[in-house]
Design a protein around this ligand. Structure first.
Ligand code: SAM
Ligand code: SF4
Length: 265
């Protein structure tokens, strides 16, 4: 699929839940967010239908995200379903807290690799940033992902402004020592539309953006920094995808009506 700016759209990011076991300061308020009701959340069959349709239209890269994807019940089943689609690249973005438990099962179900979010290696700082997290679970999760072969493992590290910040430097050192690739993501604000290129990745560069997003309540979004969305339940998967590609903006501006936890970053 090509959009009207001749960008080839081959990448779908699927947010499977808006729920999370952490409360990262840049993503959610301490008390959590108003949750989407269960009947609004797409079932695995509905998600699979969108994924299958997207693949038939030329998508060959899918990433599962959230909220935290590993808190959704039977997530391995969805991975198994999507794993049958013969993707070139099939990844998941996770905070890693439950990876120790799931890494091998995810690999066996067909997942290729994981991105794990880690903004510091200092346990106290980690607790402060995530409000709830025990960093040792993330370290164990990273080990489990390595052992299961969910590689190459990329570490998503959110920075305020620069990769020279002390927390980011700790993460860089940890990645070097543990054979992990680091991607620096500058903290964004969807409502002001301030965003930057991901360093070590290809996000944030509108001219080469190849992405569509599926929110957990079934909206196809052509751009992270726009409120355009197309509902797969009312339009059907194919029409929603085609309309999103047709209307994909040249550049992002602002998104007022969505949270990172529903769109998945
Ligand atoms: N819960 C999973 C995790 O944290 O990896 C997946 C969903 S999370 C919304 C996806 C990515 O978005 C994470 O790497 C997170 O650090 C990033 N993120 C969340 N809020 C952000 C913000 N305001 N600016 C930049 N990145 C953000
Ligand atoms: Fe949860 Fe990921 Fe948001 Fe942190 S960044 S609160 S782990 S969804």
């Amino acid at each position: 699929m090509y959009d009207k700016y001749k960008r080839r759209i081959n990448y779908l990011r699927i947010s499977v839940t808006d729920r999370c076991n952490l409360r990262c300061v840049y993503c959610m308020p301490a008390e959590g967010i108003k949750l989407i009701s269960h009947n609004e959340i797409l079932s695995y069959d509905e998600i699979f239908e969108v994924a299958k349709t997207a693949v038939s239209l030329g998508v060959d890269k899918i990433r599962i995200t959230g909220g935290e994807p590993l808190v959704r019940k039977d997530i391995v089943e969805l991975v198994r379903m999507i794993g049958t689609l013969g993707l070139k690249d099939f990844g998941m973005t996770t905070n890693g807290i439950y990876l120790k438990k799931y890494a091998q099962a995810l690999k066996d179900a067909g997942l290729h690799r994981v991105n794990i979010s880690l903004d510091t290696t200092d346990p106290e700082r980690y607790r402060k940033i995530t409000r709830l997290g025990d960093i040792n679970q993330v370290f164990e999760g990273i080990e489990a992902a390595k052992k299961a072969g969910l590689t190459p493992i990329k570490i998503n590290c959110v920075i305020k402004k620069s990769k020279d910040e002390p927390d980011a430097q700790l993460v860089a050192k940890f990645c070097e020592e543990n054979d992990l690739q680091i991607r620096y993501i500058r903290e964004m604000d969807l409502e002001t539309g301030q965003f930057w290129r991901v360093q070590g990745g290809d996000g944030g560069e509108c001219s080469i953006c190849n992405r569509l997003r599926l929110t957990s309540n079934g909206k196809i979004r052509p751009c992270l920094f726009s409120d355009l969305e197309y509902d797969v339940r009312t339009l059907g998967a194919e029409k929603a995808i085609r309309m999103a590609v047709g209307e994909k903006p040249k550049n992002g501006t602002v998104a007022m009506k969505v949270k990172f936890s529903n769109i998945g970053g």
